[in-house]
Design a protein around this ligand. Structure first.
Ligand code: 3H9
Length: 681
């Protein structure tokens, strides 16, 4: 939209929902700038967006399509604006991200609302800024701020960036008048107008900074080409202007066609697809203002914090005063540390804490619109709690169990209202992890499901719908993967070989280091509970049980698969563990042999893929991409590999199927081979 405010032309970007810079929007902006250039009555220009967004950047849906080649390309548009003979001012509200921020950087002035969120999140898509961001930002804001923004991808507010050199002015309100004033001021001062490109960076300082930062890259960052490319592009900012831009473009295009960027773009859209299911949008969610949480342990307190942060009223229920006080203390300490770290205003923290109602009185439950049970992971315990919830919750309240494995139906049947019951599987720490599995029981009503999904969004989580099967999506696949890793121990690998091979693939941690961290006794208890129903012909690896019998329960006891001195992990397993493993191999009649890192990675991934296909065929997952979202968000699967399904789709199909059959033979009785066509066709 183009309109005149006195002698200033105001160009309003209007491409809902987020003003992504599609070919059409680029063309309209270019035409509007030209119109202003040609109108002798115009002395300056303001670019502004609607309140939700100045612009969220390049239109990601155009990547890999011929459309993006439609002129003007973003770089050309920015060069046009930069060379405009009249001053152009960007007025920033909502988000200015990626190409959106780059558009603002090419303007001669920038005015932002305090609340505007400015960032270069290309890294989340496996990219670097490709329209001058790596060249203009360090010139305006310095190398450290530029790298921090480019490397983290996290947006910062106008208020936070007020002194960064990026913005001419930050205002609490009245953005347009401030931008009009700035444009008029620049017009009065006359050409040449401020341009980032006119500034230069000291090549010696740039090279020193870049080489220091190269050394600081973490192992996981080193696995992703975009992190190195960011530093290369910053290094090119010390060159002359055209060369810097050329190098940035070259790196951007290389990354854009890389499998890592394709995987990350796939994850971006898969996350947004996850909540969109007919069963969810066809029902109206029930209103939720007050949540009751039963159990104030680590998980219950974490869920309480999420709900308080989302503005909900929270009744935190425990069985006795001592447990309640400990839970309340967890919540209080969380807010104290946020305030002390400067991450939350004291008034906001106080308001959140004021919404907390700690109680040991079950009759309080009648006030809750939604109840979340977060007690010990034991079916009998949870069933007892649900009987009580049923007796006290008001009719129409949604009743949720936070279980990670258990049968939601078996819990729902303890109530007179199984249609109101669903599973909400939070991940630990609940106030940090974004993933939320929303579990549909046999009788769960559609509006109850819709309420669970809507609550997930309210809590700023990523809710994924799953069927009611042992372990749902995530733990079911993780179990299959861990089991296969245990087979590999018996076959010839040591825990550290398995862990390091999987970390080299990009997993945040290997399965044995994870097991030590979470405590081996959790799995041990479950194994004992399942012992009676286990098929004796099944290949069962007893290494974990034997470690537990020796008191090696993981980090908390100073030893598990690894030993820990003063909290630090000894990287190789000790003689005790090696003996247990060697004996396990002997008992199974296996001659131990070397497994290469590639063998280990392929077997572990195939185990995930096989169970992904099984649970998709069983209808536990609604769509394949949901599985990838769960694994990446909840289990440390490298997002830049897309998830197990995305990974499988990149492999040679015949080889994959062949390897799966080999793996089935290695896995012994009871291993169910999936038909991969459900994932691959
Ligand atoms: C870039 O700019 C490269 C340049 O450096 C160089 C170029 C040469 N494109 O997330 P939401 C859609 S790379 C296309 O649900 P929110 C999204 O799919 C880009 N579509 O809302 C969804 O569609 P639908 C750098 C986009 O309020 C709808 O908008 N920029 C884009 O929770 C609403 O999104 C980024 O990486 C896009 N760029 O969050 C920003 N962005 O309704 C990525 C969003 O059909 N975007 N959509 O499901 C975001 O971070 C969030 O979407 C945002 C809004 C914070 C903007």
């Amino acid at each position: 939209m183009y309109e005149l405010h006195g002698t200033i032309a105001v160009i309003t970007l209007n491409n809902p929902p987020v003003n992504s810079l599609s070919a059409a929007l680029r063309q309209h902006i270019a035409a509007a700038v030209r119109q202003a250039e040609l109108d002798p009555a115009v002395t300056g220009l303001v670019l502004i967006g609607h309140t939700k967004a100045f612009s969220a950047g390049a239109d990601v849906t155009e990547f890999g399509t011929p459309l993006q080649l439609a002129e003007p390309m973003l770089g050309q548009l920015l060069a046009h604006i930069e060379a405009c003979p009249k001053p152009v001012v960007a007025a920033l509200s909502g988000v200015a991200l990626g190409g959106g921020l780059e558009l603002a950087l090419a303007c001669h002035g920038r005015v932002a609302l305090e609340t505007a969120r400015l960032g270069l999140p290309e890294i989340n898509l496996g990219l670097i800024p490709g329209a001058g961001g790596t060249q203009r930002l360090p010139r305006l804001a310095g190398l450290s701020t530029a790298l921090a923004m480019i490397q983290s991808g996290a947006p910062q507010t106008g208020k936070q960036l007020a002194e960064s050199g990026l913005l001419d002015q930050v205002v609490a309100e009245d953005l347009l008048p401030a931008a009009l004033q700035r444009a008029a001021e620049l017009a009065r001062l006359g050409a040449p107008f401020p341009q980032a490109r006119e500034r230069s960076l000291d090549p010696v300082l740039v090279q020193k900074f870049v080489s220091e930062q190269q050394d600081k890259l973490t192992p996981r960052q080193r696995l992703q080409s975009a992190y190195t490319a960011q530093l290369e592009a910053l290094s090119a900012a010390a060159s002359d202007w055209p060369e810097g831009l050329r190098r940035e473009r070259e790196l951007f295009l290389q990354l854009q066609s890389s499998s890592q960027s394709q995987a990350l773009r796939y994850q971006f859209f898969a996350e947004r697809e996850a909540g969109k299911l007919p069963v969810v949008w066809q029902a109206e969610p029930r209103a939720v203002h007050t949540v009751a949480i039963i159990g104030a342990g680590t998980m219950g307190a974490g869920i309480a914090i999420c709900a308080l942060n989302a503005g909900l009223r929270v009744i935190l229920l425990e069985q006795d005063d001592a447990a309640l006080q400990r839970g309340q203390q967890r919540v209080t300490e969380h807010y104290q540390s946020r305030v002390q770290a400067g991450k939350m205003k004291a008034t906001v923290a106080a308001a959140a804490e004021a919404r907390l109602v700690p109680s040991t009185d079950w009759t309080q439950l009648v006030q809750a619109d939604l109840v979340i049970e977060a007690v010990f992971e034991d079916l009998a315990v949870k069933q007892e709690v649900f009987k009580k919830i049923d007796a006290h919750a008001r009719p129409g309240a949604v009743l949720a169990t936070n279980t990670s494995y258990l049968d939601v139906d078996a819990i729902a049947h303890m109530t007179q209202r199984p249609a109101d019951v669903l599973g909400l599987h939070f991940f630990s720490p609940a106030n940090v992890m974004k993933l939320l599995e929303v579990v549909r029981g046999t009788h769960t009503a559609a509006d109850v499901l819709a309420t669970g999904m809507a609550l997930g969004k309210t809590l700023k989580k990523l809710p994924v719908l799953t069927g009611n099967a042992f372990g749902f999506i995530g733990n079911r696949i993780y179990n299959a993967y861990r089991k296969q890793c245990e087979f590999m121990l018996e076959d010839g690998a040591w825990p550290e070989e398995v862990d390091s091979a999987l970390q080299a693939f990009g997993l945040a941690m290997g399965p044995f280091a994870v097991a030590d961290l979470s405590g081996l006794d959790i799995a041990w208890r479950m194994r004992k509970a399942q012992a009676a129903s286990r098929d004796p012909r099944e290949r069962y690896v007893a290494i974990l049980d034997q470690l537990c019998e020796q008191g090696r329960l993981g980090r908390k006891t100073g030893a598990g698969y690894y030993s820990y001195s003063a909290g630090r992990q000894v990287k190789t397993t000790d003689a005790v563990v090696r003996d247990i493993i060697t004996q396990a191999s002997t008992q199974r009649g296996i001659t131990r042999h070397t497994l290469t890192a590639t063998d280990i990675q392929r077997r572990a991934l195939l185990a995930m893929v096989n169970d992904a296909a099984l649970l998709l065929a069983e209808g536990v997952a609604s769509r394949a991409s949901d599985i990838d979202v769960v694994l990446a968000q909840g289990y440390g699967f490298p997002r830049w590999e897309g998830g197990p399904v995305f990974w499988a789709r990149q492999q040679d199909r015949a080889a994959l199927e062949q390897d799966l059959h080999t793996m089935a033979a290695q896995s012994g009785h009871g291993f169910k081979v999936a038909d991969l066509s459900v994932l691959l066709d």
